[in-house]
Design a protein. Structure first.
Length: 369
């Protein structure tokens, strides 16, 4: 470790001090952001559970499976903010003047911080290339299992529940939760007419070919309530099948998100190539943004620690959401795969190099202009 610090041109104790401050700030900011984002996702899953799409017993599992995807998005922002907060504090408290007087210039500081950013990029690449696809596939498996299981597990006897496009009321539910008793279904048919179905019993069946779910009702009546002034249509049946959900397979881009990196390399379609490019481009934005964050952290003691944070955060968000938007455009065929997302990396690299040159980061003595 000492030899490594000397190769960077700074004392080991200084490198440890700066690295510790950056990592502590990164963990603090990342923890807060992760709590906010996963809390928002949990609320979304909770809303899906209230609508009868998933069960309450899988809310925690789905939230945990979402965390690697959130971490790979949060890590660049939290690390860049950690670097800026650390270095701006060093400037404000005149510690940077002491560091530079000891012979450690901006170029050495950039080299040291760039090593940390590459380590963080490696961690982010582990998430984007391996962990996130695996957890997304598990999450999709849990959701599909919830869709294919007996929907009656979501019903509460004596209360209306939305299953698909229907509102279903059941007076009682069997102990094994496979049969409804005294069922009422309110829905709207294809012609926009209100439909009311009353049945003595009801069970669920899944079509083997389409995977659509049907509610098979027994011994009941079906009433169609037309517009005002028209007669009510009534039908008495011994058995009637009412479709309550249609299976929707994932789209091609979504399917590519759940494939492992090894399987992506075997495919030659546009969605797979765009997804592989996204997984590689996301970690590489860290060292690119480091070229912008370090010179922007040079603040005067009276300027304040947060003066330069907003411009860097805005640039980082433009970088991140620009990649997300450009990936969608690539999947739609509106932008070529090459240069693809790399055009953003090239643009921000040029901006960062110009800022480093303008602030004197590449000068041996770290002299500021």
């Amino acid at each position: 470790m000492a030899r490594f610090a000397l190769q960077l041109g700074m004392p080991l104790i200084l490198y440890r001090y700066i690295a510790r401050e950056i990592l502590l700030s990164t963990l603090t900011i990342g923890g807060v952001l992760l709590l906010i984002i996963t809390g928002s996702r949990f609320a979304r899953y909770l809303n899906n559970a209230a609508e009868g799409e998933i069960g309450l017993n899988v809310l925690g599992q789905l939230t945990l499976l979402y965390m690697p995807y959130a971490i790979q998005l949060i890590l660049p922002l939290s690390f860049i903010l950690g670097v800026m907060l650390t270095f701006s504090r060093l400037y404000m408290e005149n510690e940077m003047a002491v560091i530079q007087s000891s012979g450690v210039g901006q170029r050495q500081l950039l080299s040291g911080v760039m090593v940390l950013s590459l380590a963080m990029a490696l961690l982010a690449s582990m998430c984007s290339l391996y962990i996130t696809p695996y957890t997304q596939a598990l999450s999709e498996e849990v959701i599909q299992t919830q869709k294919q299981r007996s929907s009656f597990e979501l019903l509460t006897p004596g209360r209306f529940t939305h299953l698909g496009q229907q509102g279903i009321y059941a007076q009682a539910l069997s102990d094994d939760k496979t049969q409804l008793e005294h069922v009422l279904i309110a829905s709207v048919d294809e012609q926009g007419r209100n439909t009311l179905i009353l049945a003595k019993k009801g069970t669920q069946q899944v079509a083997p070919q389409t995977l659509s779910r049907f509610l098979v009702l027994q011994q009941g009546h079906r009433y169609i309530l037309p517009a005002q002034g028209q007669a009510v249509e009534a039908l008495t049946f011994d058995q009637f099948a009412q479709r309550i959900a249609v299976f929707t397979p994932p789209s091609v881009p979504d399917e590519a998100e759940m494939l492992s990196t090894r399987n992506l390399l075997k495919r030659d379609d546009l969605a797979a190539k765009a997804q592989l490019q996204w997984r590689l481009a996301l970690p590489l934005m860290l060292p690119v943004m480091m070229l912008i964050a370090l010179p922007m952290s040079q603040v005067a003691p009276r300027q304040g620690r947060f003066g330069a944070l907003l411009p860097v955060v805005m640039m980082l968000l433009v970088f991140l959401f620009g990649m997300l938007s450009l990936q969608k455009v690539i999947n739609d065929g509106g932008w070529p795969l090459m240069p693809g997302l790399w055009i953003l990396h090239g643009l921000f690299t040029v901006i960062g190099l110009l800022m480093c040159w303008r602030r004197g980061v590449f000068r041996a003595g770290g002299v500021r202009r």
